[in-house]
Design a protein around this ligand. Structure first.
Ligand SMILES: [Fe+2]
Length: 157
C-alpha cells in the first residue's frame, strides 16, 4: 500500500495551484479589455495572444491533473480516508471536462484569429466562465487535501 497523500505531495499540489492562479490572473487581464471585431485591426493579435495563453494553460493543467491523479491516489484514499472518496471522485471527474472545454475554446480562438466567420460572440465570456470553474475546482481540492493531511496528523477521522 503506497501512501500518496503526504505533506510533501500536498505542498507540491498547492505550489502548482499558486502557479496556475498566476496564469489565470494573467489571462483575466488579457480578457479585461474589449475584444476587437473579427477581421478588424488588432483582432488577429488579440486572438493569437489569447490562443497562446490557452495552449499554455492547457498544457500546465494537463500535467497538473496527471500529477494529482498520481498512481495509487484513489486506493490511498479508499484505504485511509474512505469517507472522502466521493468528494475526491467528484473533483477528479471534473478534470477531463475542464480540459475538453478548454480545447473547445482554444479551437474557437484560433478560428477567430483567422478572421473566419461566424465568430463566437461569447469567446471572452466562455473563457472567463472556465476560469471561474477552475478557480472553484482548485479551491475545493485545496480544502479536501488539507483536510486529509490534518486527519493524518492525528486529528482523527
Ligand atoms: Fe488541482
Amino acid at each position: 500500500m503506497t501512501t500518496v497523500v503526504t505533506q510533501d505531495w500536498i505542498e507540491e499540489v498547492l505550489e502548482e495551484h499558486k502557479r496556475l492562479r498566476v496564469m489565470c490572473a494573467d489571462l483575466r487581464q488579457v480578457l479585461a479589455g474589449a475584444r476587437p471585431e473579427a477581421g478588424e485591426k488588432g483582432a488577429h493579435t488579440w486572438a493569437s495572444d489569447l490562443s497562446m495563453r490557452l495552449v499554455k494553460l492547457h498544457d500546465e493543467l494537463f500535467r497538473h491533473f496527471r500529477f494529482e491523479e498520481s498512481m495509487g491516489l484513489v486506493e490511498d484514499v479508499v484505504e485511509r480516508h474512505p469517507r472522502a472518496l466521493s468528494r475526491l471522485e467528484a473533483v477528479i471527474g471534473q478534470h477531463p471536462i475542464m480540459l475538453r472545454d478548454l480545447r473547445s475554446i482554444m479551437t474557437d480562438a484560433l478560428t477567430y484569429s483567422e478572421g473566419e466567420l461566424p465568430e463566437d460572440p461569447k469567446l471572452r465570456q466562455r473563457t472567463l466562465s472556465l476560469l471561474d470553474t477552475l478557480h472553484h475546482h482548485e479551491q475545493e481540492e485545496t480544502d479536501l487535501f488539507q483536510r486529509l493531511e490534518y486527519r493524518d496528523q492525528g486529528a482523527g477521522d
